[in-house]
Design a protein around this ligand. Structure first.
Ligand code: UD1
Length: 424
């Protein structure tokens, strides 16, 4: 087991490069299944979730070769020619909920797929009803037995789908199923996240005909065959946002390279309200902070609203801000778990359903805290450790590793005293 040990109090100074986006690479890897030709993905983030997805693909018979470019960034060459099974290994799906969108890709190419319920329950806290009903509308027949979903179809057929909620994963699943369906699919109330645009761009390089990504209506004209393609994964806006919050908390000056700043409007606006000075120039963004952050109110919403994946980090900021902040979580039911850990560090937080009220303290105190299965909560604990008095130990680092590439190494470059240590 490993923990991150942080000695708080240092301001952040320096430059780092943002990695490829976790939430983009996972659907891109699923999309490689849609052809029998090799695809090449550049700027692949070396994350635990990506490792699990790679294992899932390899278990299906796909060959994934890893290379490094001249800067040491990871390249995946994915060859899905000799897929031997369309049943996704349940031991691996358990480790990653995102494996659900393999269903659309497998159905698209092979007309069949078997997958376990991620989390084991259909109408649970993170349901997959929209994925299921959308694939059924496209002509898939789904049956459930002993925790497995068996999906098959004679031919997927384009149709009009109205999503009750702009689910990111369901939108991606539909895109991957519809690109090889017969005829035209229109998705209303589609998710508008930048990662959907990245997926559209890769699919179209493969020969698909998808348009409308980034708006709430997607139009997909099915084609009979797709081809291998090359694609560079878009930058991770949540990793970038996490580092921007870090410097807003510690003070100092941070430059981030490899940024799409127009994906980050909601985050930039909030951090400016907290007092950060933010400048952008091409794919470079600079954040400077010279004062104690001011309290901020945050309401999470689907894109282009404030991202739920940045909510816990904003709570860390609110814990040390001047004044009282109100955070409203509108996307997920229960995303304030980290508040208990912040309280161990001296934070004053009251939660009631989807609302959290945080009275900012001048200082937090170092403590031993535990990252849980919400990886963003884990990162938020590290942020709190950056400004806490004394030493903070964050246990459960494996959760943080799901979505952050070498978090402690990047922070060390910026002047933070942080180490990864083993413990039993
Ligand atoms: C993706 C992101 C995750 C992010 C989330 C919201 C990936 C790999 N993960 O997750 O980091 O927090 O978007 O931006 O990209 N819902 C249903 N039925 C469904 C599907 C979803 O009711 O069938 C609900 C969920 O419970 C949730 C909301 O829709 O309340 C949004 O979930 P969704 O957009 O699907 O999130 P994910 O794609 O799982």
């Amino acid at each position: 087991m490993e923990k991150l040990v942080i000695r708080g109090g240092n301001p952040i100074q320096g430059t780092i490069r943002v990695s490829g986006a976790k939430n983009a690479i996972l659907p891109l890897l699923a999309a490689t299944i849609l052809t029998e030709e090799e695809s090449i993905l550049y700027d692949v983030p070396n994350l635990r979730d990506v490792r699990v997805m790679k294992e899932i693909l390899e278990d299906l018979g796909i060959v994934v070769r890893e290379q490094r470019d001249h800067q040491g960034k990871l390249i995946f060459r994915v060859n899905p020619k000799n897929i031997t099974t369309t049943a996704v290994n349940p031991n691996l799906t358990e480790k990653m909920r995102s494996s659900i969108f393999l269903m659309g890709a497998l159905l698209g190419r092979f007309k069949e797929a078997t997958i376990t319920y991620p989390g084991g329950c259909l109408i649970g806290p993170r349901p997959i009803n929209l994925h299921i009903s959308s694939l059924e509308q496209l002509g898939a027949i789904l049956t459930e037995e002993a925790g497995f979903i068996y999906a098959r179809t004679d031919q997927l057929k384009g149709t009009e789908i109205h999503l009750d909620m702009p689910s990111v994963g369901a939108t991606e699943n539909i895109m991957m199923a519809a690109v090889l369906a017969k005829g035209r699919t229109v998705v209303h109330n589609a998710a508008k996240e930048p990662e959907i645009v990245d997926l559209q761009s890769f699919l179209n390089k493969m020969g698909a005909r998808v348009e409308g990504a980034g708006t709430d209506t997607l139009r997909i004209q099915g084609v009979s065959k797709l081809y291998g393609a090359e694609h560079r994964v878009m930058p991770d806006r949540i990793e970038a946002g996490t580092f921007m919050v870090a410097v807003t908390m510690t003070g100092g000056k941070l430059s981030l390279e490899n940024i799409c700043s127009y994906h980050m409007e909601a985050i930039i606006a909030k951090l400016r309200k907290a007092g950060a000075k933010i400048q952008r120039q091409g794919d470079l963004l600079t954040v400077e902070m010279n004062e104690r952050p001011k309290a901020i109110d945050v309401k999470t919403m689907p894109y282009p609203g404030f991202p739920t994946d940045m909510q816990n980090q904003m709570m860390a900021l609110a814990c040390v801000a001047e004044g009282t902040s109100v955070i409203t979580e509108n996307v997920f039911d229960n995303r304030f778990k980290v508040a208990d850990e912040f309280r161990r560090m001296g934070a004053q937080i009251q939660t009631d359903g989807r609302i959290a009220i945080i009275r900012g303290a001048k200082r937090l105190s170092g403590a031993t805290v535990r990252a849980s299965d919400d990886l963003r909560g884990g990162a938020a604990l590290v942020l709190a450790g950056l400004v806490a008095e004394g030493v903070t130990s964050v246990l459960g680092v494996e959760h943080i590793d799901r979505g952050y590439e070498r978090l402690e190494e990047k922070l060390r470059v910026l002047g933070v005293e942080i180490e990864r240590l083993s413990w039993d």
